[in-house]
Design a protein around this ligand. Sequence first.
Ligand code: ADP
Ligand code: MG
Length: 274
Amino acid sequence: GVQVEFDGTTRVVTVSNQKGGVGKTTTTVNLAAGLASIGARVLVIDLDPQGNASTALGIPHSADVASIYDVLIDEEPLADVIQTSPESENLLCAPSTIHLAGAEIELVSQVAREHRLRTALDTYLSENHVDFVFIDCPPSLGLLTINAFTAATEVLIPIQCEYYALEGLSQLLGSVTMIQKHLNTSLHLSTILLTMYDGRTRLAQQVADEVRTHFPERVLTTVIPRSVRVSEAPSFGQTVIAYDGQSAGAVAYREAAVEIVRRGHEQKSHEGAR
Ligand code: ADP
Ligand code: MG
């Protein structure tokens, strides 16, 4: 298979869209697995109390498991909660547990409440190397998502090729601009990925065209098709890369991973990595 050179920097990518069900978690875990399969070392931070990313990576995340909650609220080192996915030694995950559901409220009264993930990640990265960090966000623009935006250098927005796809996007972009201004000047929208694409429908084609017209520089050439294999994989505690590596969804996510690496090299002069 393809093996790609990595340059020693770490790209911290937050996968965001305040809509639920657009493919954030699916994209997070499958891009991470796709990148690991081409030789990258990847850390997934599961910031959604639902814990779907942890599940899909085969990571135990019952209430008694050390999780990202302990990092955010009790300042436990990130290194102490990270587990390795059974799929690959290069695929790491800081799981979420149900406790994270309360964190949104608990964070409100905490010191440096917007910076807690960033601080933990900076400490981790000063002692450990990963090529990519992917942060899976909950479907809201609350303090968990703000922590992700503050810790990241890049925003990746998955867009489902359906009606209303662009609705809410200007609010999301407004939030990114606000974060850039007040909390994290290096944050930028790097990538838009079209997901659940069904090329047989006119609507999907129209939505794809519209998104490409609005964001010509940001949309990946690779499109993720709607595929049953993609939706089945999490119930086996697997990414589609491990579950059915030859399926259209797995091929597409691996291609998207390669494209993200290649585009990163092209934008090298841009302040996109730290
Ligand atoms: P979000 O994290 O944005 O809420 P998910 O990644 O959980 O969205 O996806 C929502 C649902 O859509 C899930 O049931 C998932 O399995 C399904 N899904 C996501 N991507 C695809 C795809 N390419 N093909 C088929 N089903 C998909
Ligand atoms: Mg999700």
